[in-house]
Design a protein around this ligand. Structure first.
Ligand code: FE2
Ligand code: FE2
Length: 245
């Protein structure tokens, strides 16, 4: 078992769903777990509990699980999508919510919210429901930042990774429009921690095929990075008491 706060069966289910998503999507397993770790970190530095951060770690990587239901002709089309194709592509949010929705397990419930809400925008111009502000579930607002930042910081076939300063500037410029401005500020304030986690998770050897075994090892590797972050924030919390004693 990777993290004691989450049911072992749920962890296995998440990992298997990730393996199946990976087969149809260009996003790598490492990107998915970096997004999980960054989402957990952002939850922590925003004042959420370790339990909630752990659920975010498991829920966030599943945000694009609905891409399983998008035909390859649209999902893998090189170049721009027409209006109809864009509408089909955007349906991955609600397909994901349908796959994961209705679960009594907290992490899976959170994952269904992440799938449904990760393309909503703080100013109400996102999809699928054009929700705005805090009407967007917290996990959706967290994943929007974690996924975007990590995507900017990684090499794509068509471009090199953006430098840290440019990725931070992007998050900052889009705070209040695309992103929750309070979460964006927390993220930017702790971007060194985010970068340390990204560098750490990138040590994991990337393989072309994400097998279940590989996903287990990757999940454990990424989770240990979040755990160090949890220990650090506990140490920070303990400091004032240590000073007053
Ligand atoms: Fe998406
Ligand atoms: Fe992504």
């Amino acid at each position: 078992m990777l993290s004691s706060q989450i049911d072992e069966n749920v962890q296995e289910l998440v990992l298997r769903l990730l393996v199946s998503t990976h087969a149809s999507d260009e996003d790598t397993g490492i990107h998915m777990f970096r997004v999980g770790a960054l989402a957990g970190m952002l939850a922590l530095v925003s004042g959420c509990t370790n339990e909630f951060a752990t659920s975010c770690f498991w829920a966030a990587p599943l945000h694009d699980v609905g891409k399983i239901g998008i035909p390859d002709a649209v999902l893998k089309k090189p170049g721009a999508l027409n209006d109809n194709e864009r509408r089909i592509m955007q349906s991955h949010a609600l397909i994901g919510a349908r796959i994961l929705g209705g679960s009594g397990h907290h992490a899976l419930h959170l994952a269904s919210q992440a799938a449904a809400a990760h393309h909503e925008r703080f100013d109400g111009t996102g999809y699928p429901l054009a929700l705005s502000g805090e009407a967007i579930p917290l996990i959706g607002r967290i994943v929007a930042i974690a996924d975007c930042y990590d995507a900017l910081r990684m090499d794509r076939v068509y471009r090199k990774a953006w430098p840290t300063s440019a990725a931070v500037a992007f998050i900052s410029e889009n705070a209040g429009t695309h992103f929750d401005p309070v979460l964006a500020r927390f993220f930017i304030e702790r971007v060194k921690l985010a970068e340390a986690m990204i560098a750490e998770i990138n040590q994991f050897p990337e393989s072309q095929e994400l097998s279940f075994k590989n996903a287990c090892m990757l999940g454990a590797f990424a989770y240990s990075s979040l755990q160090r972050c949890m220990n650090e924030s506990e140490a920070i919390e303990l400091e004032p008491q240590a000073l007053s004693s």
